[in-house]
Design a protein around this ligand. Structure first.
Ligand code: MN
Length: 513
């Protein structure tokens, strides 16, 4: 999996030759100093590579084409040091196929009131240069992020950092394969959608793999590898002695779960996949009561939990959109504190102003959000084609603020729905041994859940403690998809008005393309 250190953000400075060669030399040296300053700030996850000044239409065109073709380059930052006549950017912008960040800053911080002369002015012209550039981007309907702020300020650097992470995750999604083991859960609408349109708009490709093919990987897993993985489980999770007993029934169940994890990982690696889905109604055709049975005893929940933590996208019941989105959430939050997980709206807890939603799944919750050391437990799971004992990690999640998101297919567009949530302290569930979180959606349970339902949001979502809504704004801008954000200021009246306006906007937008 590509690491941030292998990626680059390119920086190009807009200028022109009107002010003479000396000015361009100075502009070049200022730009280098700024790029070095940003790279040395410690606040940017991906290095910025300075690509020089662009002083003509030809130079702009060259840099845009090069950025679009370079696989290390995940995005481009432009800054108009001087007035850079924007007609010069038209052809280049037509060739740019990477995310764009327009930085409105200035080399010099404060006006040197007593000494400022025309030479100083010529070297600190972004106040009007960036407006000229902004105009042509708006005129051409170029999607981009505009960051305004002094380049040495932490706030400015952090906004660039957010966009850098999203741009990297976008690049990751353009080369993303999601494997579905089995199909969608029958009759479910919200987790399905147009896979062709998903590839066109969002980049990722979705294939299926018959469970019978996965079983071939399962059969090839060697006992020594299973034993080593079980030893790893016992070292990092809390495990009761009856599970550890090699002659016990529970140990056999954990053995099968470890074997499933090794089989799925091997299959994903051999296909170059970054995410997968499962379906509890499709676990292969062998009879579990046959003494020679070889296969999954239940859904491979422990495998899904651990593979999510490793960065593989996951969606339950064939939910490929959630699998892809989870991978994106995990990818863009690499190295940040917090954690992320696929989650499902499980059951409601009415409690006045503290009314909340329990988030869980049958098994598949990512241990990255755990508050305490996860417990490896074995319990009966009576859903799907196999009703059997199965292994899972059990924990509750950390209290704290987070953001959850989902993508739905509205027929004429993809809609990203984002909700700020407050995770509150959950309580033990002795009779429901699954991992869980408990949250209050913003602005409160009634409006948050009401807006989500009016927007057509799924019962599955991808949650993270580490991201802010700004990540999703940047993602939706790059993808060119609709985003509805439910936050502390949301009202049902305003939200419905926004959805009605959007309906017209996207209808026209589609008709124009
Ligand atoms: Mn589900």
């Amino acid at each position: 999996m590509a690491k941030f250190e292998d990626l680059e953000i390119w920086w190009v400075t807009g200028a022109q030759l009107l002010y003479g060669g000396d000015a361009v030399v100075a502009v070049d040296s200022h730009s280098k100093e700024m790029v070095d300053g940003l790279n040395n700030s410690g606040n940017l996850p991906i290095k910025i590579v300075y690509k020089g000044t662009a002083n003509s239409s030809k130079e702009v065109d060259d840099i845009m084409k090069a950025a679009s073709n370079d696989c290390r380059c995940v995005g481009l930052i432009t800054w108009m040091h001087t007035f850079s006549p924007a007609k010069m950017w038209i052809h280049g912008l037509q060739h740019l196929h990477k995310p764009l960040l327009h930085l409105h800053t200035q080399y010099n911080a404060e006006i040197p009131w007593k000494t400022m002369d025309m030479d100083f002015m010529n070297l600190n012209q972004s106040a009007h240069g960036d407006r000229e550039f902004g105009h042509i981007c708006s005129r051409m309907r170029i999607p981009r992020k505009v960051v305004v702020g002094y380049w040495k300020e932490k706030d400015t650097q952090e906004r660039i950092a957010v966009w850098s992470r999203v741009a990297a995750a976008w690049a990751d999604a353009q080369d993303m394969l999601i494997i579905r083991f089995g199909d969608q859960m029958n009759n479910v609408a919200v987790t399905d959608g147009d896979k062709v349109d998903a590839e066109l708009r969002l980049g990722y490709h979705v294939d299926y793999c018959p469970v019978s093919e996965l079983m071939e990987y399962f059969k090839k897993v060697e006992d020594g590898a299973v034993k080593a993985l079980i030893d790893e489980y016992f070292a990092i999770y809390a495990v009761d002695n009856d599970v550890k007993d090699p002659n016990g029934d529970k140990y056999r169940v954990v053995w099968n779960a470890a074997k499933a994890e090794l089989a799925i990982r091997a299959c994903l690696v051999s296909k170059g996949a970054k995410g997968f889905t499962t379906n509890f109604d499709d676990l292969g055709t062998d009879d579990i009561n046959d003494p020679n049975f070889v296969g999954f005893d239940q859904i491979p929940g422990l495998a899904s939990q651990r593979l999510m933590a490793e960065g593989y996208g996951f969606g339950a019941e064939g939910d490929w959109k959630s699998a892809a989105l989870y991978r994106t959430v995990w990818y863009m939050t690499q190295g940040l504190e917090g954690g992320c997980s696929f989650l499902e709206d499980y059951t409601l807890n009415f409690d006045g102003k503290k009314s909340s939603i329990l988030q869980a799944h049958m098994l598949e919750v990512c241990p990255l959000i755990a508050e305490e050391k996860p417990r490896l437990e074995v319990h009966f799971l009576g859903i799907g084609i196999r009703k059997a004992q199965t292994a899972r990690l059990v924990f509750t999640s950390k209290p704290g603020d987070g953001v959850t998101a989902t993508v739905v297919d509205m027929g004429n567009r993809f809609r990203l729905i984002v909700n700020d949530v407050e995770c509150i302290k959950s309580k033990p569930l002795p009779k429901l041994p699954v991992a869980s979180a408990l949250w209050i959606p913003m602005p409160n349970f009634e409006v948050g859940a009401g807006a989500w339902i009016l927007a057509g949001g799924t019962h599955h979502s991808c949650f993270s403690y580490s991201i802010t809504p700004e990540y999703w704004m940047d993602y939706a801008e790059i993808a060119g998809i609709e985003m509805l954000h439910i936050d502390k200021n949301t009202t049902i009246e305003g939200f419905q008005r926004e959805m009605r306006y959007n309906e017209v906007y996207y209808m026209l937008n589609k008709a124009l393309k």
